[in-house]
Design a protein around this ligand. Structure first.
Ligand SMILES: Nc1nc2c(c(=O)[nH]1)N[C@H]1C(S)=C(S)[C@@H](COP(=O)(O)OP(=O)(O)OC[C@H]3O[C@@H](n4cnc5c(=O)[nH]c(N)nc54)[C@H](O)[C@@H]3O)O[C@H]1N2
Ligand SMILES: Nc1nc2c(c(=O)[nH]1)N[C@H]1C(S)=C(S)[C@@H](COP(=O)(O)OP(=O)(O)OC[C@H]3O[C@@H](n4cnc5c(=O)[nH]c(N)nc54)[C@H](O)[C@@H]3O)O[C@H]1N2
Ligand SMILES: [Mo]
Length: 774
């Protein structure tokens, strides 16, 4: 159906696809997939009922204790009723409080890190909005890096150069199909994750990429605790090591390559530095332990002979090593990423079509998706004069230890003393580890401000909740550098309840704080969209392609642009001429030993890659008490916590709980059957879940996706049982290492028991108690 024949089909974009919204009498009745998309996501229709469901925030809200007693009443956060307040009053009070905090404590008392995925659309992007607003009032403490790949973002620049640049230039699927003979995947290539690209998706190409490669004879090896991290179609061999032992497995592969003379010495000499510094460790000359397949077999539980065969197979032809981002989201997650590069360097195929390595194929649709690189315009965020920052996942540490010190990538810094937290477009009660610790931490600041669409757990732990619109309620432009599709997003329905765009919330605050002109530059939504589109057209002209004027773009709704002019091969230019195209590392080469990292003196991330035991894994002593490794991977039916209240996600639940997969052996040992409700627990917390018994999960491992809305039995009480199944009540809040300080969500052990009796009802999709203002 095209826009021209049916006026009620309205183009829009979400992180999981391009859609045409069908609207009847002002109500969203369906979203139709993009006709050029070969494999639309299953997530999409979840928006249809969620968009105006009972758990939307419909009016500005203030926590009752805050309204009555002001910022001294912090203990009630998360457990008290809210009071619905008229917009003007709420904005007056919020701006007065921001003013007080700035005057008494300065802007370095405001945390505006505000991590999160928000929604697609360049103008209404909530993070850009909140950062721009906070910069207009004098700045804020920011975060660096992401939950997705923080450890990778810090280690990779020391080894091969800037991370974003590397991701942008990954070898594309068609090249892999044509040239690879073997694809070895650590963490698989889960098509479920390829449903999304941050900023929007046009054509979903992961499945088609895998299928074409398979049909052209490429062989696949899936190294993962979970078999269906790769589609059955490609008939991958499955190797299921204990979770978090990939570094040991990679070292043993390197040992075989070296001891059997299968490594490429010329490549190592010409394109890398430091192999000789790593070698004594590999051979056990320093610690007396050669990193042989037998050594790795005891750690990984993969038979030594299987490791040997795999190494030989990898050296036998054109091999692409793919490592999922998940592999670095564990304790010492820097190591397997560094070792991925090292293994590929030993094979000597980096920069050749179909060879080398890739980080995050399948983690998002954008990796390997053929698209010519282009810098689309974005809402300018202004300048932030505050120098303080934290590594993104150190939020609880910061709130609980003001003035305390932390290390990060060679620096020693101090945690600021935070009095105000402002969140827009993210959900820390989804993304952060050890939620019981976060419940405690979120009580430290004087005041917590949140812009939210729904009553997420973050909104419930705020003092001020400003109801915001979804992308369907506004006009925008979707244009992202990992996709060929751009979309003239158009408002499909009126704002639900009294919700406003983030832009209008911040304009209201900016007016009261005397910075409206700086924030708006005199533009409204339409003014900004024209401004951004003009910039896009100008840049396009410079890059020698054409974009029409906005009216025409809106008329056609979507466009395909930036088809690659030639096949893309990662690091091809470097390989062709390393002198002319050096890497942005100290040596200009791939660093298999880093003098810089060595100089930091970190025991948990030394100068060359190593196997360092995670704090929790199946080989640790605590496995006697908690014998199951919990994999809290990305959900198939939603994006993180987004659309958990919608029909698609709720349709996947078991007795209203988030599904947890476990091996038949582990289930039988505990008297647990398919469809049972279980309690998952460790020393940090407990949650309920509904069981799927399946041999797709390795024994000793349970899988519970992220994203079920945190639903404490007693709201606001630390240690309360999560009735719904949020894995972050179980995960540990520890940085990957002194270097990256990334989240280590994939390193966690638990025990599981059958839940007897009637489980308490799930209440996450019912708003908290709300009182009307007298
Ligand atoms: N245990 C465990 N935890 C993990 C992970 C893991 O593997 N295991 N993965 C981590 C990773 S990789 C990530 S990226 C994070 C993701 O963490 P988040 O990005 O924080 O998760 P989302 O659920 O996408 O949160 C986005 C929030 O923004 C709101 N929102 C959407 N659009 C708008 C808007 O326009 N305006 C406003 N004001 N709000 C909006 C949504 O309603 C939602 O509540 O989670 C991390 N957490
Ligand atoms: N549908 C959907 N897609 C998404 C998201 C979503 O929320 N929903 N989130 C998006 C985001 S923000 C990100 S960052 C990416 C993340 O992409 P990834 O980091 O790749 O995602 P995960 O699902 O955490 O992990 C992928 C697989 O790695 C395996 N794995 C976990 N730990 C280990 C280990 O120690 N060793 C080995 N060998 N394998 C392991 C697990 O079996 C898991 O299924 O996904 C994106 N895609
Ligand atoms: Mo992520």
């Amino acid at each position: 159906m095209s826009l021209k024949t049916d006026r009620r089909l309205i183009p829009t974009s979400m992180h999981w696809g391009t859609y045409f919204a069908e609207v009847e009498n002002g109500k969203l009745v369906a979203v139709h997939d993009y006709e050029k998309d070969p494999a639309p996501a299953i997530i999409g229709p979840g928006i249809v009922d969620a968009v105006d469901d009972a758990v939307r925030v419909r009016r500005p809200m203030i926590r009752k204790g805050w309204l009555e007693k002001g910022p001294t009443s912090r203990e009630g956060r998360g457990g008290e009723p809210f009071v619905a307040v008229p917009w003007d009053e709420a904005l007056d009070m919020a701006s007065a409080e921001l003013k007080r905090i700035r005057e008494q404590h300065g802007n370095k008392a405001i945390f505006g890190g505000s991590y999160g995925w928000s929604s697609s659309g360049r103008f209404h992007h909530a993070q850009s909005q909140v950062h721009r607003f906070l910069n207009c009032i004098g700045g804020y403490v920011r975060h660096v890096d992401t939950y997705s790949y923080a450890a990778g973002q810090v280690i990779i620049p020391h080894v091969v150069g800037p991370f974003a640049d590397l991701l942008n230039k990954h070898t594309t699927w068609p090249v892999i199909a044509e040239h690879s003979e073997l694809v070895v995947m650590f963490g698989g290539v889960p098509v479920k994750n390829g449903q999304v690209t941050s900023g929007g998706v046009g054509r979903h190409t992961v499945f088609e990429g895998l299928k074409t490669a398979y049909e052209m004879g490429v062989e696949f090896v899936n190294i993962s605790p979970i078999r269906n991290d790769i589609v059955d179609l490609v008939e991958a061999d499955w190797i299921a090591p204990r979770p978090n032992t990939d570094a040991a497995l990679m070292l043993a592969l390197a040992h075989v390559l070296y001891s059997e003379g299968l490594h490429n010495e010329d490549f190592l000499a010409e394109y890398t530095t430091g192999f000789e510094k790593f070698l004594p460790y590999l051979l056990g000359e320093k610690d007396g332990q050669p990193k042989t397949p037998e050594w790795a077999a005891a750690i990984t539980e993969v038979p030594a002979e299987e490791i040997r065969m795999l190494a030989r197979r990898m050296a036998n032809g054109r091999t692409m090593i793919m490592t999922a981002w998940s592999i670095q989201r564990g304790d010492h997650g820097e190591q397997p990423f560094w070792l991925t590069v090292l293994l590929a360097a030993m094979l000597g195929q980096i920069g050749l079509p179909g060879g080398g390595f890739g980080l995050g194929y399948g983690s998002e649709n954008g990796i390997g998706n053929p698209v010519e690189l282009f810098k689309w315009p974005a809402l300018p965020q202004g300048r932030n004069p505050v120098e303080d920052f934290i590594p993104v996942a150190r939020i609880s540490d910061m709130l609980l230890n003001p003035g305390g010190s932390f290390v990060y990538d060679g620096q020693t810094r101090t945690y600021p003393d935070i009095k105000a937290v402002y969140w827009a477009g993210g959900n820390p009660f989804h993304h952060h580890q050890d939620l019981n610790r976060l419940v405690k931490a979120i009580r430290q600041p004087d005041t917590v401000f949140v812009n939210e669409i729904w009553w997420t757990a973050m909104a419930r732990h705020a003092d001020f909740v400003f109801p915001t619109t979804t992308a369907l309620e506004r006009n925008d432009l979707s244009m992202t550098h990992w996709e060929q599709t751009i979309v003239a997003m158009q408002k499909a329905i009126e704002p639900v309840g009294e919700s406003r765009h983030d832009y209008d919330v911040f304009t209201g605050l900016a007016e009261r704080l005397g910075v409206a002109d700086a924030f708006t530059e005199g533009r409204d939504e339409e003014g900004w969209l024209r401004h951004l589109w003009d910039q896009a057209r100008q840049r396009a002209a410079e890059a020698e392609f054409e974009l029409p004027d906005l009216e025409i773009f809106r008329e056609i709704g979507t466009m395909e642009v930036l088809k690659p002019k030639k096949p893309m091969v990662l690091l091809a230019a470097f390989r062709e001429d390393p002198e002319a195209n050096p890497l942005q590392t100290p040596s200009g080469k791939i660093e298999l030993y880093s003098e810089t990292i060595e100089s930091f003196g970190y025991a948990d991330c030394p100068g060359h890659p190593m196997w360092i035991e995670p704090y929790e894994w199946l080989g640790a002593p605590v496995a006697e008490t908690y014998p199951l490794h919990l994999i809290s991977n990305q959900p198939k039916t939603r994006l993180h916590s987004q659309l958990d209240s919608g029909a698609i996600s709720r349709g996947s639940k078991i007795k209203d709980r988030e599904p947890m997969s476990m091996n038949p052996v582990d289930a039988a040992a505990r008297g647990i059957g398919n469809g049972d409700v279980v309690r998952i627990y460790n020393d940090r917390g407990a949650c309920l879940a509904g069981v799927i018994v399946t041999d797709a999960v390795r024994p000793g491992v349970v899988q519970l996706s992220t994203g079920a809305w945190y639903d404490p039995e007693e709201p606001g009480v630390i240690g309360s049982l999560c009735k719904h199944g949020n894995p972050n009540v179980l995960t540990r809040d520890k940085g990957t290492s002194s270097l990256g300080q990334g989240p280590s969500a994939h390193s966690v052990l638990v025990e599981v028991e059958k839940y007897h009796g009637t489980p308490p009802p799930v209440t996450s999709f019912v708003p908290p108690p709300i009182e009307q203002k007298a």
